[in-house]
Design a protein around this ligand. Structure first.
Ligand code: AMP
Ligand code: MG
Length: 408
């Protein structure tokens, strides 16, 4: 058997970024664009807000009319009326004030708001028991965003705040990268569809397909299942060729070892140029992983072991999907700090992903490793997340503070 050439996980992430590009741009209605990445910068077509707005309920004043006011020496102001929400405000003169509600427009001549709590009203006279500074309790025109400023930049993820921001600017359509579509095949003569009620000796249910399809959809990608491929090269090649024309990323689970009966690598070499980029990753679990570029499209070969398959897809499937979807540089992973409950050893030269349970501890959280062989899904469903032991480390000690990536 040919010796496997393994690549460092960080190097694989670099290869993904260098070899594949974000998908083309499409214009979506704002309401349907959540979860997508912008394909262009967006500049503010107007100021936000477009007028000086009050942040409190109270009276709009010229701040200098309140200078020197205090508990025993109120400033006296003549109230000329009320600014109605959504209506322009009439101007005020020195010595005057005007009732303004939260979010309402400040009149010309006013540069601050006195909170209603700091006043007392008798007829049309308002006494202020506090002095206010210019700009106090006011959001100025263009303070959130000035006309012409970049509101959001290319590669930014559209979440709820971004959608709200664009809506406040009156933007109804946005240019985003198309969401990737992922095609899946399970491979192996021993596999049967998971809906099969009774198994023959030696058969196992295809558990990877539904789990991986869910992960892809969770990442905002479309997902299509191509079925189970038998361990025959011809079937592999024909079916994957037709699926590859339909999707942006093709994923195989199983058959990824570079051995005689494993057809994923051979298929990748035939599917398109330049072919295989990675034929093994120095990672545990999931070493026998393949990555290819077949005519510009990424093809990922996951190990069949369910835990390895999910681990690899979580790391590299996610990286490919996010790259195709147009994610900018910044990649945040939800992590929590926890105290490691026991020693764990690790072979140097390999990045270990250790599954851990998080439990309440005297101080904060404890990370309790869940051990089991890489094929065992039970261990994965008991884990709340993973901690990473970098390649250069030979383990971690009990009591060490660790960073756990939470896997939802
Ligand atoms: P392979 O990577 O094809 O050598 O498979 C490694 C192990 O994972 C074997 O025990 C397979 O039976 C198992 N396996 C492969 N594909 C799947 C799948 N889709 N669902 C569950 N187990 C699988
Ligand atoms: Mg197999």
């Amino acid at each position: 058997m040919k010796l496997m050439r393994v690549t460092d996980p960080d190097q694989v992430l670099k290869i993904i970024k260098e070899r594949f590009n974000p998908l083309e741009s499409e214009t979506l209605v704002l309401e349907n664009a959540g979860g997508c990445y912008l394909s262009d910068n967006i500049y503010a077509p107007e100021n936000i807000p477009d007028f000086n707005r009050s942040t409190v309920d109270g009276y709009a004043v010229a701040a200098k009319d309140t200078f020197g006011a205090g508990e025993g020496i109120p400033a006296m102001l003549e109230c000329i009326g009320e600014v109605l929400m959504g209506e322009p405000a009439p101007p005020i003169s020195p010595g005057q004030c005007c009732l303004v509600h939260t979010g309402g427009m400040l009149p010309e001549g006013a540069d601050a708001m006195i909170m209603v709590e700091d006043t007392e009203v008798t007829g049309t006279m308002v006494q202020s028991f506090r002095q206010v500074a210019p700009g106090e309790n006011v959001i100025h025109r263009g303070e959130d965003l000035k006309k012409g400023d970049p509101a959001l930049t290319k590669g930014h993820l559209l979440r709820a705040p971004e959608i709200g921001l664009l809506a406040s600017l009156g933007i109804t359509d946005v240019a985003v990268h198309r969401r990737p579509k992922v095609g899946f095949f399970s491979t192996g003569d021993e596999l049967v569809d998971y809906s099969r009620p009774k198994l023959e000796p030696g058969q196992i249910r295809d558990s990877n397909a539904p789990a991986l399809l869910y992960l892809a959809r969770q990442l905002g990608a479309g997902a299509e299942y191509g079925g189970i491929l038998p361990d025959r090269f011809k079937a592999f090649l024909e079916q994957s060729r037709s699926m590859l024309t339909e999707v942006d990323l093709l994923v195989f689970s199983g058959g990824s070892s570079v051995g005689t009966r494993d057809y994923t690598a051979r298929t990748m070499q035939e599917l398109g140029q330049p072919g295989l980029l990675v034929e093994g990753i120095s990672i545990q679990p999931g070493k026998p992983t393949l990555l290819a570029n077949c005519g510009g499209k990424p093809v990922l070969g996951l190990p069949g072991h369910p835990v390895s398959a999910l681990n690899i897809f979580k790391i590299f499937g996610r990286a490919i999907i996010n790259r195709l979807a147009g994610q900018a540089e910044k990649q945040l992973k939800p992590t929590v700090r926890a105290t490691l409950s026991r020693n764990i050893s690790s072979r140097s030269g390999r990045t270990d992903y250790v599954r851990v349970k998080l439990e309440p501890a005297a101080e904060g959280l404890a990370a309790v490793p869940v051990f089991g062989r890489s094929g065992m899904l039970r261990t994965l469903s008991e884990a709340d997340g993973v901690l990473i032991i970098p390649a250069e480390k030979e383990g971690l000690g009990a009591g060490e503070l660790v960073e756990v990536e939470v896997w939802n």
